[in-house]
Design a protein around this ligand. Structure first.
Ligand code: FDA
Ligand code: NAD
Length: 432
């Protein structure tokens, strides 16, 4: 019996980008049997950001099917049945282990083959592990990473087993801050450790970070900066017990959560697709150098038109929008039409405790902070505008209303002269 399957379109990866691409295919008019999504995960595409937030809450936790795509952007939920009714084949728990782009064939780890005419690569990222750099004892039990729902389920189980215990969070980026908050909400004794002088240095200025660090400290979270975990001790069951830091300190731990960055999953196509800045280089249609092969989401390095630069972005808004652009481009090319190139405005956000921030644009140039940044105030609301060559190029806002968040997105897109902030101030607007 042949296990070979043929599809007009195949999406490899069943994450955020895959789900939004599927919806766009249907919008553009898809025939049953034309599209397959192949995913190593066991569930239909879901909104990954939930895993480090509401999925970990002690009460009213988010669970599937509640956060399947496309609810994250206010759309209709694509339940597993949706794919069935649209004639989309959702091939789950299936890892592609080999890809031959000349022959247009993908082969799974169990030897199943899939032929395609057009391929969308949406493999996302994998976590960077402490075992990758040989940290001693880093393979102990109860040391967790967070990428897929199966990882989150393991962490939830440990939260239940080690009730109100001690957790050490390694890393001061997105995962560190969001999971640190979630563990505190679960009444764990939380210590965060990271090497940099302040948290989230990729985006935060010292001023922004000072607010979040103080807010977290007020919630009872201990923060140790400027050092890293160099070894872990385990008990006789192999469960982690202590974290040794480079500065000599030893922290007791029932659970360790590590968030030290992600790496795009490009290995499968090494040597077959051109790369740049760690991702697959695409044009403004998200098409790679290989005809009929597109890359979207975390794995794409695409022309960011607004800054005339090639960028790779590991955030959900780009995963959604690049997927939609790729599908529109595929359909347009089939019809011999042309569409506008991808014109993305970077948008990042995060939530922790009662806090919620958004950032639009580019964090380059000189940052200028404004607003009430007292971490003890009831409703802190502050922001930062980045000014480059006399223009506002990026804006960060904590605690903004929907209207204000829309306004900062427009500012980042339009890039008004810096004096505009003075004008806003005179007119009594908050963002000044
Ligand atoms: P994504 O990772 O979503 O999907 C990739 C899929 O490909 C997975 O299903 C994977 O199993 C599959 N796959 C990989 N290799 C395969 C193979 N060989 N065969 C078959 N399947 C394969 N962003 C943001 O803007 N705001 C936020 O709040 C958050 N929060 C957040 C929390 C957590 C816990 C994580 C891990 C990430 C975030 N992010 C985020 C980042 C955001 O989720 C991320 O940028 C997008 O999910 C990227 O979408 P992709 O579709 O590119 O990859
Ligand atoms: P990150 O890049 O945001 O942060 C990594 C952090 O790891 C650095 O800031 C640093 O503090 C720390 N670090 C590096 N080496 C270390 C070491 N040896 N010991 C201790 N700390 C070390 O990555 P992440 O937080 O792991 O997130 C993983 C991925 O998930 C990223 O793609 C991220 O964008 C995504 N994510 C995004 C959001 C969001 O946008 N709100 C939320 C969660 C996850």
């Amino acid at each position: 019996i042949s296990t070979k399957k043929q599809f007009k379109y195949v999406i490899i990866g069943g994450g955020v980008a895959a789900g939004y691409a599927a919806r766009e295919f249907v919008k553009q008019g898809l025939k049953p049997g034309e599209l397959a999504i192949i995913s190593k995960e066991a569930v239909a595409p879901y909104e990954r950001p939930t895993l480090s937030k509401a999925y970990l809450f002690p009460e009213g936790a988010a669970r599937l099917p509640g956060f399947h795509v496309c609810v994250g952007s206010g759309g209709e939920r694509l339940l597993p049945e949706w794919y069935v009714t649209k004639g989309i084949e959702l091939i789950l728990s299936t890892e592609i282990a080999e890809a031959d782009l000349d022959m247009k064939i993908l082969t799974s780890s169990t030897g199943r083959t899939f032929e395609f005419q057009t391929l969308i690569i949406a493999t996302g990222s994998r976590v960077i592990r402490l075992t990758d750099f040989g940290v001693q004892g880093a393979d102990a039990k109860n040391i967790f990473y967070l990428r897929e729902i199966s990882d989150a389920d393991e962490l939830v189980e440990a939260i239940g087993a080690k009730k109100k215990g001690k957790v050490v969070i390694v890393g001061g980026g997105y995962i560190g801050l969001e999971v640190g908050a979630a563990m505190r909400i679960n009444q764990f004794d939380v210590t965060m450790v990271y090497p940099e002088p302040w948290c989230m240095p990729r985006l935060f200025t010292k001023g922004i970070a000072t607010f979040y660090e103080a807010y977290f400290a007020n919630k009872g979270i201990k923060i140790i900066k400027g050092t890293v975990a160099v070894a872990f001790d385990a008990d006789t069951n192999g469960e982690v017990k202590a974290v040794k830091l480079q500065d000599g300190r030893v922290l007791q731990a029932d659970i360790v959560v590590v968030g030290v960055g992600a790496k795009p999953l490009t290995e499968l196509f090494k040597g077959q697709v051109d790369e740049e800045k760690g991702g697959f280089r695409t044009d403004g249609m998200l098409e790679t150098n290989v005809p009929d092969v597109y890359a979207v989401g975390d794995v794409a390095t695409f022309p960011l038109k607004l800054y005339n630069d090639m960028r790779r972005i590991e955030h959900v808004d780009h995963a959604r929008k690049s997927a939609e652009q790729a599908v529109k481009a595929i359909r347009a090319s089939e019809e011999g039409k042309s569409i506008e190139v991808y014109d993305y405005l970077p948008y990042f956000y995060s939530r922790a405790f009662d806090l919620s921030w958004k950032f639009y644009g580019d964090n380059v140039g000189d940052p200028l902070m404004f607003g009430d940044k007292n971490p003890a105030s009831g409703k802190p609301k502050f922001g930062t505008a980045w000014i480059k060559n006399g223009k506002i190029v990026g804006v960060f806002l904590e605690g903004g209303t929907d209207e204000e968040n829309k306004a900062i997105a427009i500012m980042a897109r339009v890039q008004p002269p810096a004096e505009y902030l003075d004008q806003l101030k005179k007119e009594g607007y908050f963002i000044a």
